[in-house]
Ligand binder design. Sequence first.
Ligand code: A2P
Length: 327
Amino acid sequence: AQKTYTLNNGVRIPAVGFGTFANEGVKGETYKAVIKALEVGYRHLDCAWYYQNEDEVGDALQDFLSKNPSVKREDIFLCTKVWNHLHEPEEVKWSLQNSLAKLRVDYIDLFLVHWPMAAEKDPNSPADNPMPKIGADGKYVIKKALTENPEPTWRAMESLVDAGLARSIGVSNWTIQGLKQLLQFARIKPTVNQVEIHPFLPNTELVDFCFKNQIIPSAYSPLGSQNQVPATGETLRENKALNAVAERSGHSLAQLLLAWGLRRGYVVLPKSSTPSRIESNLQIPDLRDEDFKAIEDVARGRHIRFVNMKDTFGYDVWAEEGNTFLS
Ligand code: A2P
């Protein structure tokens, strides 16, 4: 049986989830990847309205379930997220209903606020697929009040739990400061905070804060594939110390990085469109103490972020965390 964690509301979440933002917009790629993922045993799919491919996830899920009658909808943990321009209460609800229709299910296991930043909707975009408004500077147009006080957005999230449309709710890309604010007014506590975590961005302080507050961190980009040290250009994949651990352990670097995340106690969300990697990324060994320590040694003191949407948003969500720490 696969490892699971219990969220603060009693719901169980599979520790490994399959990321569905892997296909760079190529039609049909997501469908193929999700079918493969379900076939090899993933039972947790990480989706988002923003990825614009939930219809393919939904088709894959339906096709898989009808071919495998022993697996039920309830056996699959589905997560999706609301994008920045849909933070007004009635839009939060619309977003989930739209995602549910595309995913072809009648409830979601986990619904997340994708970023702690609210933006205007483009009034000229289609009502059935609204887009964020892009300002004269080429960036999102921030909704300042709703960004500074996300309580109305969170109340809408809570009402989706009350209505039975979402089993659990949570956030993504939230800082310690944002979580503190949210915890002050939340009637239903966030269960998860999904953020970028890998050895170049171990995010230890945020991870510890989450655990102390019964929030399970969930790691996106756990393989840190695009991540590199700005000064030297060395990618995480090229890091000698990490590769040495992989070599002596007999596992792939990807498997070790995922094992490191599980040993630190959070969810990992590997994504791939390569069938053999989709499969091997689910075969995660237990880390030996010495290997865990060696990865910790690489991670210590590093804080190099790959995903920072500030150029798109015109707003730096991570400003409070300071600069990139090289080491
Ligand atoms: P591919 O789809 O060609 O397999 P991250 O989420 O950390 O940014 O990583 C995602 C990227 O890592 C994907 O582009 C994927 O490429 C690649 N990847 C996924 N699994 C593995 C693996 N086991 N070994 C090497 N690269 C991988």
